[in-house]
Design a protein around this ligand. Structure first.
Ligand SMILES: *Cc1c(COP(=O)(O)O)cnc(C)c1O
Length: 392
């Protein structure tokens, strides 16, 4: 792929940059993702509880209550959900709790290349060296049968599959992979909160699943995350790993970090949950609008409910159209996004020289288009018109 595509229109914007959303004074910039978290008035009752309790972090009352509410919303037992300070730290503590830090004889974590950088960075924080595999052309996730036969299987200490764009994690496949190889699996399902909600009780006793509550995700605490794992010992191990490896003392007893959600972020999470049914209804209406408007585009659309509500992906017929569309949108001050670029194996920090055709094809064809729970249909129509003009 030509270098200019790598640097094209995305303007070096990182996914997190859009969390700021804003259209800018007087500008008409249309962000690819424009989050709306609970407003101050909705936060106030929850924040006032913090004033009264004077408990700000370290699994305070709002965090514990949020875990109970979230577990209930996902149809899980109370022990089966533990919060974390970010989606990335949720992956990190799940690795420490389920697999432990990397050992010299098994230094590798096998990771699908088509994911957000956080997946591999979390593995590195736990001491693993990421190695990348191509993804399945249908699920866009790890091919479990191929993973079990990986040439480096004797040096792999962790499998880190990803549920792409908020799809439901394939727990049966992951459990089989773990049982067959004896190697722990942690599942990054960062954007899958809605899929989990729509499949109550979808949880494993052996494979922890991680969620992100970043502002760009559908359900958010601004920054935050969670681990879903139906294991009482797992819950204790996660709590330890998130709190310096402490176990009812100030002595580090196992590998750990600081991955604790604060009471302030938990307050945001409570307020968000209070109105989440309305938020989902708003998104459903926007998804219906997008489906109608995007029918005019050649290629295909990959959209909710197959994906999380924040992702509207145009599957361009070819790379040239993808590039032409991206450039035209940028010229019109409309943000678009190759969410996972062309794969982690091509990013400077992780580059390994591999050619992974499915990942690279997805990366050069799928284009994330603007979405928000209140995006006007006229804006969707403008986006589609500009793309159609650009690809002639
Ligand atoms: C959002 C996301 C993350 C990171 O979550 P943060 O909360 O931003 O740390 C990790 N993996 C995937 C696939 C994501 O989409």
């Amino acid at each position: 792929m030509p270098d200019d595509l790598d640097k094209s229109a995305l303007g070096g914007l990182h996914v997190q940059d859009t969390a700021r959303g804003g259209t800018g004074a007087g500008g008409s910039f249309l962000p690819v993702c424009r989050p709306a978290l609970p407003e101050a008035a909705a936060l106030l009752p929850w924040l006032s509880r913090i004033d009264a309790a004077r408990h700000y972090t370290n699994r305070g009352p709002l965090v514990r209550a949020l875990e109970t509410r979230l577990a209930q919303a996902l149809g899980l037992a109370p022990h089966a959900l533990r919060t974390a300070s970010t989606g990335t730290s949720a992956i990190e503590i799940a690795i420490l709790a389920a697999a432990g830090p990397a050992r010299a004889e098994r230094p590798f974590a096998l990771i699908p290349a088509y994911t957000f950088a956080a997946t591999a960075l979390a593995a590195e924080r736990a001491g693993y060296r990421p190695i990348f595999c191509d993804v399945d052309p249908v699920t866009w996730g790890m091919d479990f049968a191929a993973a079990a036969r990986h040439p480096e299987i004797d040096r792999i200490g962790l499998f880190l599959p990803v549920a792409c764009f908020g799809r439901l994690p394939d727990l049966a496949g992951a459990e089989t992979l773990s049982a067959r190889t004896g190697i722990p699996v942690v599942y990054d399902a960062a954007a899958s909160f809605e899929a989990q909600m729509d499949h109550p009780g979808h949880v494993s006793q052996t494979v922890p699943v991680t969620l992100s509550f970043h502002a760009t995700k559908t359900y958010s605490t601004a920054e935050g995350g969670a681990v879903l794992w139906d294991s009482a010992e797992g819950a204790e191990a996660l709590t330890r790993a998130a709190n310096f490896g402490f176990n009812f003392s100030r002595r580090s007893e196992s590998a750990g970090t600081n991955a604790k959600l604060s009471e302030i972020h938990a307050a945001v999470g409570h307020a968000m949950l209070d109105s989440f049914a309305q938020r989902r209804a708003d998104y459903a209406a926007r998804v219906a609008d997008w489906a109608g408007v995007a029918a005019a585009l050649p290629g295909g659309m990959v959209m909710p409910p197959d994906l999380a509500s924040v992702y509207i992906l145009w599957d361009a017929p070819d790379e040239a159209m993808h590039l032409a569309a991206t450039e035209a949108l940028t010229a019109a001050r409309i943000d678009s996004r190759r969410w996972y670029e062309t794969g982690l194996h091509r990013m400077p920090h992780f580059a390994d020289g591999q050619v992974l055709p499915v990942t690279e094809r997805l990366g050069t064809r799928l284009l994330g288009l603007p979405m928000a729970h209140d995006l006007p249909r006229a804006e969707m129509e403008r986006v589609v018109r500009i793309i159609l003009d650009a690809i002639g």
